[in-house]
Structure formats: structure tokens, C-alpha cells
Design a protein around this ligand. Sequence first.
Ligand code: FMN
Length: 209
Amino acid sequence: MKILGVVGSKRKKGNTSCLVQEAIQVAKNEGAETELIFLSDYSIQDCTGCEGCKETFKCIINDDMQKIYPLLWEADGIILGSPTYFYNISADMKAFIDRCYSFEVFAEDDRSCWLSVNEALGGKYAAVIAVCEQQDEKDMGFTPEAMSKPLEALGYRVVDTVKILRLFEAGEALKDNEALKHSRKAGERLVKTIKLRQEVENKIKELKM
Ligand SMILES: Cc1cc2nc3c(=O)[nH]c(=O)nc-3n(C[C@H](O)[C@H](O)[C@H](O)COP(=O)(O)O)c2cc1C
């Protein structure tokens, strides 16, 4: 089982990074093969809407997103983390998500009929972690949904949405036991869900259904 963690903050020792790493570490302890990427290490252009991906499910823009696509194809589960920037996800996370449009497929004669390659492959699983400074959840705005809604459209069932408030200074998350606990739970739930899926797949084979 492969789990990919994606950090959408440029602060490598920031709160999002700490919490995604906490979730990833649990996944590793539970036996998953894990990889953590910081979007700030990659140069990711904005989607141009050229539709050049629609025949092959491959984006034609030749930038660092080409290094991330294989990781997404291989991963059974992903953990996306973003800080709140003005009630929404960071620009890096938005660019990354938009470039996943290459995985969406539309019926030629009716664009209201669509699915994702992940759905065609049987579906995948995800968790999201959103981090903000303010005390009121409304000040987090759309951050969690701005990750979970596209993930669902991309064929991932979001098994946990972690919303962490009141974190400002980089790394403060490491002193926030509740935040760490919620993030660990997300990593654990993600791995357990994928293990359960594998068990059910095996059982179906055994029962020759
Ligand atoms: C450009 C910018 C916009 C922000 N907008 C919000 C906001 O709308 N609501 C909020 O509660 N915090 C906001 N914050 C605070 C960050 O979400 C907070 O400091 C978070 O802990 C940063 O995460 P990081 O350490 O992973 O980078 C903003 C920070 C920046 C730099």
C-alpha cells in the first residue's frame, strides 16, 4: 500500500507540514509505503484549460507536475494539507489540484456525464488537513472543502477531514496535542480503510462472487 502526503505550504517547518508528517508517520507505522512531497519544491504552472489531456489522461504541460503524476497513479491513498490563505487553500495547492484535471473524463456528446480515471480503476481514498490562525471555524472559510470536493470528483473517498484552528507561528502545531492526535487519527483511518478494502477484495475472490 502506498500513501502520498502533499504539503501545500511553503513553510517546510510550518504547521501544515508538521501535521501532514504526523499523519504520514502513522501510515508508515501501520505498514504503508509512504512518500511526502512539498509542492514548493516543484514548479507547477496553472492549468491552461487547453483540454490537451483528454485523449490520454496526460497533461501536455511539460513542467514539474510530470514528476508528481506517477506518484498519484501509484498511490492508493493521499493526504492533502493546506494552510488557510484568505479563507481558501494556498495557491500552490490550487495549482496542483487544477492540474489533476487530466484525470477527469467527459462523455463526448454530453459533458454532464463524467467520471475520473480513479473511479474507473475502482476508487481511491484520501484525507485532508486544513490549518488556520483564527479561533472561529468560519475564518477557515472554504479550505477543507476546496480540497475534499475536488478529491471526491477525482475518485477519492475522503475518509477524514482535519480542521485545525489557532495555529500561527511555524511549527506551533508540534505543541498542539489535539492537532497532532487528529492528524494521527486521519493517517490511521486512511490506512485502515485501504486495508479493509484489500480484505474485502480478497474475500470476494475467495467467495468467487
Ligand atoms: C496570505 C495569508 C493569508 C492568511 N489567511 C488566513 C485566513 O483567512 N484565516 C486564518 O485563520 N488564517 C489565515 N492565515 C494564517 C495561516 O493560515 C496560519 O498562519 C497557518 O498556521 C499557516 O500554516 P503553515 O505554518 O503551514 O504555513 C493566513 C496567512 C497568510 C500568510
